[in-house]
Design a protein around this ligand. Sequence first.
Ligand SMILES: *Cc1c(COP(=O)(O)O)cnc(C)c1O
Length: 367
Amino acid sequence: MKFNKELDDIVLYEPGKPVELLIREFDIKLEDIIKLGSNENPFGSSSKVSSIIEMGSKKASLYPDDSMFELKDSIACKYNIKPNNIIIGAGSDQIIEFCIRAKCNINTKVLMARITFAMYEVYTKQVGAKIIKTSSIHHDINEFKALYDEHKPGVVFLCVPNNPLGECLDKDAVFDFISHTSPETLVVIDGAYQEFARYKDKRKGIEPKELLERFENVIYLGTFSKAYGLAGMRVGYGLAHNNIINALCKLRPPFNVSILSLDCAKEALKDEEFVQSTIVSTFKEMSRYETFANENGIKFIPSWGNFITFVLEEKHSSSEICDWLLKKGIIIRGLKSYGMNAIRITIGTAHQNDRVLESLREFFSSK
Ligand SMILES: *Cc1c(COP(=O)(O)O)cnc(C)c1O
């Protein structure tokens, strides 16, 4: 059977390896597995969330409130914006999809950094739009501006901080770029790791309220998957001028987020202390990876997210390290599919990092 030709050059998104795979293939026990391949929160989620999940069975037979009034209200309070500036998705991934589908077709171009979140490319290809990438692997605003002028893209993605590399544009550079764009271009500010970035350096912090007040052609994306520790629940959001929100809502399937997920996200927002302690611990532990890299002559990219990327020399291959760690029950992420000989490690708990660093030390000293 023939399918739409747009599907021909889509390379499937390669998710981080699941724990189920290690249990199945290597017979490693769940409690011995360290999963640091998908930037999830190694501390789990707020204890407040567990009671919601226990109560969840009572609600399982009901459709969720499709207006998502309560979660929108909580998000609106958090950012001091209006509920009609919010759309909620099954992960912010789904909002990325809505953005592309609302703006793009085979005659449209989409601009992004050369190495950035892989789903921008997948959704763009699904609609047959053309991808324009910078030649620089990091977000280089001058190059973004030049390519913007040359190609007049319908959508631009800025991933701040950038996954999988960890670098992060300053807020001023982001605002400067948006000022350069036409009102017809949708600029997507992917803030999946903003909680981490703004803690580490105020200059990286992007306030959605200010963003929305200054620009009518941007959408800010946030997620509960990273700092809030709810990756399995699939909840993310987009914040934008309500013209944009109204358009995206036409693409949203009814009940796209489950009743339990909505309740958990709302509850998680009440526990900022959990998020703060996650962030503090993340950067404290990240410095151990930086020290390790410095001591072993490994290059790393300074990171504003909850992960760190080691850029390897030719004599070490990323797949070799990943396989070596996998057999020890440690899941990290190789960046081969991005065309880089590099590994990305989510910062784990102190105990997890002990084991990862010990295994990495063994690996590098055996070479
Ligand atoms: C994790 C991530 C997302 C979205 O995650 P969801 O689980 O779909 O909310 C979006 N952008 C970036 C850059 C990410 O790393």
